[in-house]
Design a binder for this molecule. Sequence first.
Ligand SMILES: *Cc1c(COP(=O)(O)O)cnc(C)c1O
Length: 415
Amino acid sequence: MAISYIAQLVIRFLTDIILWSRENFAMKNQNRSEWNLNTLLNHPKRIIPRADNPSLLAPIYQSVKFVVSSEVGYGEQFIYGRVGNPTVRQLEGLLSDIQKKEDCIVLSSGLAAITGMLLGLLKSGDHVITFRELYKPGRIFIRETLPKFGIQSSILKLHDLDALEKSIIPGKTKLIHFESPTNPNLDIADIEGIIKIARKHQILVSMDGTFAGLHQHTEFDIDLMVQSLTKYGNGHGDVLAGSIAGKKNLIGQIRQMTINLGASLDPHAAFLVERGLKTYKLRIEKHVKNAAEVADFLAQHPKIQKVFYPGLSSHKGYELAHKQMNDMGSVVSFVIDPSCGITADQFAHKLKLIQFAVSLGATESIICPTHYFFGDDLSPIDKADLGIGPFSLRLSVGLEDAEDLIQDLKDALEA
Ligand SMILES: *Cc1c(COP(=O)(O)O)cnc(C)c1O
């Protein structure tokens, strides 16, 4: 007994020395015992766990600056939060792993990812091709902001691959940027068709895969995959974030630009996204199951004129979607029969459980009319072509019980 007690004391003594020396190491050059109150308040003893005793969950490095080391070059260290942060870097590693890309950069929003990518890749005199079906703020940025920097664009119809090839300007066209499924009516792009044309002309391809999520389209040879993590990635509707995953050299080139733009993600936001991702697969399964049930209900309702959901055989992208995707996501768009005398806006306000709000891919179901939020910059012809009008809505199906969502839709349609 006595011997083991003494042995324990010795072990504790040795451990204390090790811990003490670690703390001491972390606070080298400091004279704590001589400091006054304000100095102590601003320099708490830093606790750094041993390398073989790390916290299981990643700490949030909620610090703008890092103490500069003399051991390695300045370019290899974390120095300033806008340029790099370990919490943010860990999220980037996770996102490149799950999307099967060499590298990834996370940014302060999905839109920052789109605009940062465009500005990082393109220069004055270049030309970019995209589609009218694009997420509205990205479409507006390409059409109205890029020309200020001498970057021209062609905005085409998603399914017109002939026009795509004809729009290529040799030596000038550098990028084709597209989405699939598209907002708000879930058009499906012919990804192989687009990539084939891009490769033939040695043009880069970027895809915004937000509506499909992070787990889909990873097998395609897409140079840069953009995601709004604000949606399924974080999944809880409480963080704005975006990412671009792709080849190391391209991500490096974009990173230079986005650091200069100041679009970095805050470490606390990165932590929340990483936490949200733990349940990503479970959430997606439930989202998709709910969406399929809601889409079936709407498709059979006499007051609904049309439902846009790639999982329905009536959807024009049904076959392509099943070729390219493992699941069809949880956005269901639909048009109320105009003869019912209720507009999309009136309907959205009538629902009691499903809230009238924008965004998608979070735990709560939300709905919004499409005409104001997604199409007010389009010509009347394009709007009609894309199914955007006064009676059309976009529903993001959440994680509630499908029967309650269906009851809410039923009540509002019958009232
Ligand atoms: C929401 C969204 C974006 C923009 O993302 P934010 O995080 O809101 O900036 C980009 N693309 C698509 C397809 C989106 O749905």
